[in-house]
Design a protein around this ligand. Structure first.
Ligand SMILES: [Zn+2]
Ligand SMILES: [Zn+2]
Length: 128
C-alpha cells in the first residue's frame, strides 16, 4: 500500500518523472506549494502572454500576489516524493527526500539511497 499522496494531475506538480534505471524503476514528484506570503496562490513557474509555462524561468512566482523566489533556493526547500524499485536489490520502497539536485558527472542529479541495501539511486535530468 502506498503511503505517499499521489498527484492527480501534472498541474499539481513542479516536478514529475517516471523512468527505468538499470532494471529498476523510479517515479518521483514534487507538489506545488501555497504561496508563503498571501497563502492563496500556488507557487509555479511564470507564464507568458499566451498562458504557456516558461519552463526555463529562473524563478517561481505566485499568480495571486506576484511574490517570487529564486528557482534553486525555492526548489531546495521542497520535498520530493519517490516511489521506487531498487535497481540493485529490487526492493520496492517509498521515500521522501529534500528536492536538492547535485551535479554528478556534470548532470543535475537527485540522489537517494535504497532503504534496504543502502546503495545510491540517481535520478538524472533527462538528456534531450
Ligand atoms: Zn501570493
Ligand atoms: Zn536496494
Amino acid at each position: 500500500m502506498s503511503k505517499l499522496r499521489k498527484p492527480e494531475s501534472m498541474e499539481e506538480c513542479v516536478y514529475f518523472t517516471r523512468r527505468s534505471i538499470d532494471g529498476g524503476e523510479v517515479t518521483a514528484w514534487v507538489f506545488r506549494q501555497i504561496c508563503p506570503k498571501c497563502k492563496k496562490g500556488l507557487m509555479g513557474k511564470p507564464k507568458d502572454e499566451d498562458g504557456n509555462v516558461k519552463i526555463r524561468a529562473k524563478e517561481y512566482v505566485c499568480p495571486k500576489c506576484g511574490y517570487s523566489v529564486e528557482k534553486k533556493e525555492y526548489e531546495e526547500s521542497l520535498i520530493a516524493n519517490i516511489e521506487y524499485t531498487c535497481p540493485h536489490c529490487k526492493f520496492k520502497g517509498e521515500i521522501q527526500v529534500p528536492f536538492k539536485r547535485k551535479k554528478i558527472a556534470g548532470v543535475d542529479t537527485l540522489r537517494f539511497q535504497c532503504q534496504k541495501c543502502g546503495k545510491n539511486i540517481d535520478i538524472t535530468r533527462k538528456l534531450k
